[in-house]
Structure formats: structure tokens, C-alpha cells
Design a protein around this ligand. Structure first.
Ligand SMILES: [Zn+2]
Length: 379
């Protein structure tokens, strides 16, 4: 089952153009790849013979003869992807085009350490593959998001908070002992950004804020995930203005996370005698018009907005998309918008859209699929 894709190079490029929906005819492939039409046709025939592409029916007519429509064959393969949180892992199988075939959520305690956690994920992958994938359809790649910084050079987790035992653990190498395939390990906010980007076609520069237990942000620059050296987009430990002083888990005072994360709001609510166990509880309180919760969420949005003001002026994105479990609390987005619009340069906000994230709960899985497809077809 775990066979490698028999095509790389130009064939992989053609396959990727079809998988990502950018091309659905031989003519579009020729135009986008820069290859001669005869060369495209030859390679498409090879891909069809290999059972990777299928050609069917009539595509969009542009006058004259109707082009036949190319699509990935259902047997072309699947990707196994996971999005690991502090208490849950969401995982599933995707087709090579990134569409979820099956998605599940399991309780999972990340503090059990990397070996047990990753083995559980791999066991769950294996169970899904056995149950949902016919024999002969290959697994093409495996990927997981982690709620901490990842060094893109080594695919190790680097000094994560709330992940005891994970620092410098070789996550990719550990998964590679079970799967002789491309392995993706990526920060969860980066995966969410890569998944969200699929829902904003034509948007080149996008910031995706993940407001959950912690605060994350992923950056799409020029249509591609911008990782920097692994820390790009990490806004949680930016210092915010404050009259009081609150120590952050990182050891510095007054980080954004210490004031505006779901964890910080839960602490504040608990101290006020209001029981909450997860960020979704805060959303429920806001929807029930509990004033303490609404006020806290507004304050969190304002502080996030203040940090984003600097970033919007600097990066000048087309879109700031706000997702994560806390984002369902409506005052969060309103307060972020108000802060950014009040303080940013008019040129920076003239065409800026600050909007709820569109990709939904499977954003990170879709992002893993998109990044993994690239890895699987270029190895
Ligand atoms: Zn901090």
C-alpha cells in the first residue's frame, strides 16, 4: 500500500496543477506549465496509464472543440493528516486534491509526551486506512500539526510551552519509522493558514489568526506559507501596553497571550467565580450575555487588534482571517476591527478585509493536505 508516487519532476508538476484545481484540461496544463502541447499530451497519457489521472466528459467550452476534463483518479492515493491540540487530536484521510474522505476527533493528552501521542495518531491512521481505503490505493504522505514552534529545517518542536517532553523531539523521524513516505510536521497555526488560503482564491497576502487556548498566527505571503526560520507569525509573546503587570508562561511580563488567550480569559473567569473548562465555554457565556465574559472578550479583541495594527501596517495584507475556538464569540472580531481601523494607515486598511475564517474546523487538515501534496509530488 505504501508505494511511492512513480512520478516526480514535470509529471508531478502536471499532477499538482490538476490536484489543486488550477488546470482541468491539457490546454490549461500546457499554458500553466510552459511545456509544449505534445509533451503535455504524452505525459498525461502516461499519468492516465499509471492510474493517477482520469479524463472524462466535456470541460468548460471556450468555443470550438470542447476539451475533455482532467481530474485525479480516485485511486491516485490518499494522505493521512492530523491536527494535534492540547487535549484533542483531529485526524483523517484526504484525497490528493485535499478533500476530506473521513475525519475523526479523539481525546489526547499532549503531556503524555511525543512517543505515546504520535504512536496513537499512527495507530488511528492505520485503523482509518484499513477501514476506508480499498487495497491498491496508496498512502502518499503523512502529516501532523503541533501546537508549538517547529524548526522547518529539522522538523523538530522547539521550546514549546505546555508540551513537556517535546522539546527537540524528532517528530518527523519518529513518524518515518512507521511510514516510508513524505512526512510533514508543522505548527498548527501555519497549517490553519495554509488551509484557509484555499478558501481565498486570488488572495496573495493573508494573515490567519488562531484564537483558541493560545494565540497563533500564520502568514501567507505571495500565495505561499511564510515560515521564516520557524517562528514567523508567532504573535503570542508580543508585549502589550498595560497598567497592570501579568507574568506570561514564557517568563516575560505582559505578553499578548497573558491577556488575550483563551487560557488567560478562562483564568480570569474562574477567579470571578464563573466555571469554564475550555474556550468554547467562553463563547457560550458571551452568547448568554454574561457581562464578565463579554467584557473580557472585548478586551482580548482590543489587545489583539493593537498588535495586529503594527503587523497590518508592516505587512499590508489583503485579508486578516480570524479563526480558532474563541473566534465564534462575536465581540472578538468587532473589537479587532475597531482597533485596526482606528489606528492603521488609511492605505493599509483601504482594501483590507478582516473576516471570520472560512475553512472551518478542518482548516489545519486541509492545510496539511495542501503542503503534503507538494512534498509528495516533488520528492
Ligand atoms: Zn510570553
Amino acid at each position: 500500500m505504501n508505494q511511492r508516487l512513480p512520478v516526480q519532476g514535470p509529471q508531478g508538476d502536471l499532477l499538482r496543477l490538476v490536484a489543486t484545481g488550477r488546470a482541468e484540461s491539457r490546454a490549461e496544463l500546457a499554458r500553466l506549465s510552459g511545456l509544449a502541447a505534445s509533451s503535455v499530451s504524452l505525459r498525461v497519457e502516461e499519468l492516465i496509464d499509471a492510474g493517477l489521472l482520469a479524463e472524462e466528459g466535456a470541460g468548460t467550452s471556450r468555443g470550438g472543440r470542447r476539451p475533455r476534463r482532467l481530474r485525479l483518479s480516485a485511486g491516485a492515493g490518499v494522505l493521512a493528516v492530523a491536527d494535534l491540540g492540547a487535549h484533542h487530536v483531529r485526524l483523517g484521510l484526504l484525497g490528493l486534491s485535499g478533500d476530506p474522505l473521513v475525519v475523526e476527533e479523539h481525546p489526547c493528552d499532549i503531556t503524555e509526551g511525543p512517543r505515546r501521542t504520535l504512536d496513537r495518531i499512527a495507530d488511528a491512521f492505520d485503523a482509518l486506512l484499513t477501514e476506508h481505503v480499498p487495497p491498491g490505493v496508496p498512502l502518499r504522505g503523512v502529516g501532523t500539526g503541533v501546537p508549538g514552534p517547529v524548526d522547518p529545517a529539522t522538523l523538530r518542536v522547539v521550546t514549546p510551552s505546555r508540551m513537556p517532553g517535546w522539546n527537540d523531539f524528532p517528530v518527523a523521524e519518529h513518524l518515518a519509522t512507521r511510514y516510508d513516505l513524505p512526512v510533514l510536521v508543522e505548527n498548527d497555526a501555519n497549517l490553519m493558514a495554509a488551509g484557509e488560503a484555499r478558501w481565498w482564491p486570488g488572495t496573495e497576502n493573508l494573515m490567519v489568526v488562531k484564537a483558541g487556548t493560545g494565540i497563533g498566527c500564520g502568514v501567507i505571503a505571495g500565495g505561499r506559507l511564510h515560515r521564516g526560520r520557524g517562528a514567523a507569525g508567532d504573535i503570542s509573546h508580543v508585549r502589550v501596553r498595560s497598567d497592570s503587570s501579568v507574568m506570561c508562561a514564557c517568563g516575560h511580563p505582559d505578553c499578548l497571550e497573558a491577556y488575550a488567550s483563551g487560557a488567560a480569559l478562562m483564568t480570569a473567569l474562574t477567579e470571578a467565580g464563573i466555571a469554564v473548562t475550555r474556550p468554547a465555554d467562553i463563547v457560550t457565556l458571551v452568547n448568554d450575555a454574561v457581562p464578565e465574559a463579554t467584557s473580557l472578550v472585548r478586551g482580548a479583541g482590543r489587545r489583539m487588534g493593537e498588535v495586529l495594527t503594527v503587523l497590518v501596517n508592516f505587512f499590508n495584507p489583503d485579508v486578516v482571517a480570524v479563526g480558532g475556538s474563541l473566534s465564534a464569540a462575536e465581540p472578538l472580531l468587532t473589537s479587532i476591527r475597531a482597533a485596526v481601523w482606528e489606528r492603521c494607515l488609511p492605505l493599509a486598511t483601504r482594501d483590507l478585509e478582516i473576516a471570520p475564517a472560512r475553512a472551518g474546523r478542518d482548516a489545519a487538515l486541509q492545510g496539511a493536505g495542501a503542503l503534503l501534496l507538494e512534498a509528495a509530488l516533488t520528492m
